[in-house]
Design a binder for this molecule. Structure first.
Ligand SMILES: NC(=O)c1ccc[n+]([C@@H]2O[C@H](COP(=O)([O-])OP(=O)(O)OC[C@H]3O[C@@H](n4cnc5c(N)ncnc54)[C@H](OP(=O)(O)O)[C@@H]3O)[C@@H](O)[C@H]2O)c1
Length: 166
């Protein structure tokens, strides 16, 4: 089966994704969905997102960090630092893992023409923060294929899955 490059993220009802380098909410059930989806595969994130996590490497997955800094180094066997979209696509084509583009905003922008599937958790609420999913994202190129409602102990959320059509 052909592999696909997928984006996965969580946003509030207005498209907010970040607050001061972190997630604007803490919803264990949503983190569990992210973990279950990405486990055993590869994740691509921007340097800002990686540093917002305190440079913590999420276990059980390959982490690709995108930066334009040629001297940026992360000394960890599960981390690969890359410097361009082309480098990421080249890496992807020469290995077998699925690739999940996990953000933040700049990385979703940089890969918007390369994504085959989108997995978006929409949190039922409006939060405070400073980074939004890109407004210029080409939504017309995707169709909704699945919608899953998730109850939680705090804020319920809906998982929307989209597939590229053009
Ligand atoms: N809600 C969610 O699901 C979710 C997911 C992920 C992140 N977030 C949030 O999003 C926020 C961060 O987003 P952000 O847009 O500010 O930063 P980001 O996308 O995480 O990282 C931006 C950095 O990536 C590098 N970069 C971007 N485009 C590049 C390219 N074409 N080639 C090479 N390097 C490139 C640059 O690093 P250098 O400056 O080092 O060159 C740039 O400063 C945080 O608040 C985070 O918590 C939310």
């Amino acid at each position: 089966m052909t592999r696909r490059i997928k984006a996965i993220w969580a946003q509030d009802q207005k498209g907010l994704i970040g607050q001061d380098g972190h997630l604007p909410w803490r919803i264990p059930e949503e983190l569990a969905h992210f973990k279950a989806t990405t486990m055993g595969q590869a994740m691509l994130m921007g340097r800002v997102t990686f540093e917002g996590m305190g440079k913590r490497v999420l276990p059980g997955r390959k982490s690709l960090i995108l930066t334009r800094d040629p001297n940026y180094q992360v000394d960890h066997p599960d981390v690969l630092v890359l410097q361009s979209v082309e480098e990421v696509l080249n890496w992807y084509q020469h290995q077998e893992l699925e690739l999940y583009v996990i953000g933040g905003r700049e990385i979703f922008c940089a890969f918007k023409e390369n994504l085959d599937e989108l997995i978006c958790s929409e949190i039922q609420g409006v939060f405070e923060g400073d980074v939004y999913f890109p407004a210029e994202f080409p939504w017309k190129s995707f169709e909704l294929v699945e919608q899953i409602e998730q109850e939680t102990a705090t804020f319920p959320f809906t998982i929307y899955k989209y597939r590229r059509i053009t």
